[in-house]
Write a protein that binds this ligand. Structure first.
Ligand code: C2E
Ligand code: CA
Ligand code: CA
Length: 397
């Protein structure tokens, strides 16, 4: 026997009154739509559309949220098949409550859809809030999350920046994305402190290899700030409101491109490069003059020697390709590669007992080469900033 309020939800579910609206997400790497978040709406028979705040909290409190999720997931799959027919590379996000993982039904349903290739793992992202995970942190939830990640779906931590959000939680669960909460994003406008927290969160996520989605973008200024801060994805009313499936499908037929180049990622690559050089110098010094054994326990002093696999290389051969054709970008490859060769030579010399004078000399050469790399990165950054504010077509007016 269900409580009357829950019975209303069960009746509405039986009458097919719940639908998904889709809110677009934009890639700040290339300015294109990268997918959407599915957000539930109640098409009430009184003709008024109910927002989640009028039914989700109650569904969560009563535990009925899992029945709703189980009933709505097949509906999501039907919608996604229409979306994927148009654009197979788009990612659709589904909100899960950690309660949904207290038994294996939801996990089985999702994994079965993937096994039967109804959708591809890359097309689905699951959003979970940190608060709900902390509330339901137990071995079954962890095992279900592990099964889901093993199936290849992306996990995003939702509402980061509210409540107890900690770097620690992020690193203990298999999240590959984090969504900065809209409250935090909107507070940036009047608060330097919030802006700094956003910048630092983006940097921290970048260092952990986690992608950042900012939600609640309501203005062009906010969008630009995030672009400059190195954020990779954005969602908000300024980019697109949640809309019915038919509108979303129509939205996708227009080849939209939001302005801006991923400038913030050049800055990230610059900082990553400075850290790489510092790590190499530390490693060479410890190898040459002892103390290296103390580093074994804490993995802070190993510089990646493959120039395609260090963080700068990762950017250069990945998202950085957006700048291909720019002379500063194109000229970066050769000195960067040489720098890594020099790094490997220095470590080899340090291992075979180089003396202080020679090591100092080799490290000076390394610094000079590193400065060349940094100059090119900074020139690329300045030019990208200027062309963002003053596009070449405006300059000629
Ligand atoms: P959420 O997961 O944090 O979803 C984002 C919410 O922010 C959405 O509210 C969206 O409409 C709103 N939003 C997006 N951009 C902006 C913006 O620029 N400005 C402002 N002011 N708001 C923005 P919505 O659709 O009312 O959903 C509220 C919450 O309900 C969601 O928060 C999510 O926690 C929950 N929810 C929605 N659909 C589902 C679902 O299918 N399952 C579960 N478990 N929860 C859901
Ligand atoms: Ca969400
Ligand atoms: Ca959120």
């Amino acid at each position: 026997m269900l409580a009357p309020e829950v019975q209303k939800l069960a009746d509405a579910l039986g009458q097919d009154e719940f639908v998904f609206y889709y809110q677009p997400k934009v890639s700040l790497i290339n300015g294109r739509t990268s997918g959407a978040e599915a957000l539930m709406r109640w098409n009430h028979p009184d003709g008024r559309m109910r927002l989640p705040k009028h039914f989700i909290p109650q569904a969560e409190r009563s535990g009925y949220i899992t029945e709703m999720g189980l009933a709505m997931f097949p509906r999501l799959l039907t919608d996604m098949q229409l979306i994927n027919d148009l654009h197979p590379t788009l990612v659709t996000s589904f909100n899960l409550s950690a309660q949904d993982l207290l038994d294996s039904r939801m996990t089985n349903l999702i994994c079965m859809a993937l096994e039967h290739k109804v959708i591809e793992p890359k097309q689905l992202e699951l959003e979970l809030t940190e608060a709900s995970l902390l509330e339901h942190d137990n071995p079954i939830v962890r095992a279900n999350l592990e099964r889901l990640t093993n199936c290849g779906v992306t996990l995003a931590m939702d509402d980061y920046g509210t409540g107890y959000s900690t770097i620690d939680t992020l690193s203990q669960w298999p999240f590959s994305r984090v969504k900065l909460d809209k409250g935090l994003i909107q507070r940036m406008v009047g608060s330097e402190k919030s802006a700094t927290i956003v910048q630092a969160s983006i940097r921290m996520a970048h260092q952990l290899g986690i992608e950042i989605v900012a939600e609640g973008i309501e203005t062009a200024a906010c969008y630009d700030f995030l672009l400059h801060a190195g954020c990779t994805h954005a969602q908000g009313f300024w980019l697109g409101r949640p809309m019915p499936l038919s509108d979303y499908l129509e939205f996708l037929t227009v080849d939209r491109r939001w302005s801006g180049l991923p400038i913030g990622l050049i800055h990230m690559a610059t900082l990553d490069h400075i850290h790489w050089r510092q790590a190499l110098v530390t490693e060479a010094t410890l190898l040459a003059f002892g103390g290296h054994e103390n580093c074994g326990e804490i993995h802070v002093c190993q510089a990646e020697l493959d120039h395609t696999r260090c963080k700068l290389g990762h950017w250069y051969y990945g998202h950085g390709r957006e700048f291909a054709g720019n002379p500063h970008y194109d000229r970066l490859e050769e000195p960067h590669q040489r720098l890594h060769e020099m790094g490997a030579e220095i470590l080899a010399a340090a291992r075979s007992g180089i003396d202080r004078v020679h090591l100092t000399e080799r490290l000076r050469e390394l610094t000079q080469q590193s400065t060349r790399v940094l100059e090119l990165l900074q020139e690329l950054e300045s030019e990208a900033m200027i062309s963002q504010i003053m596009p070449p077509q405006l300059e000629s007016l």
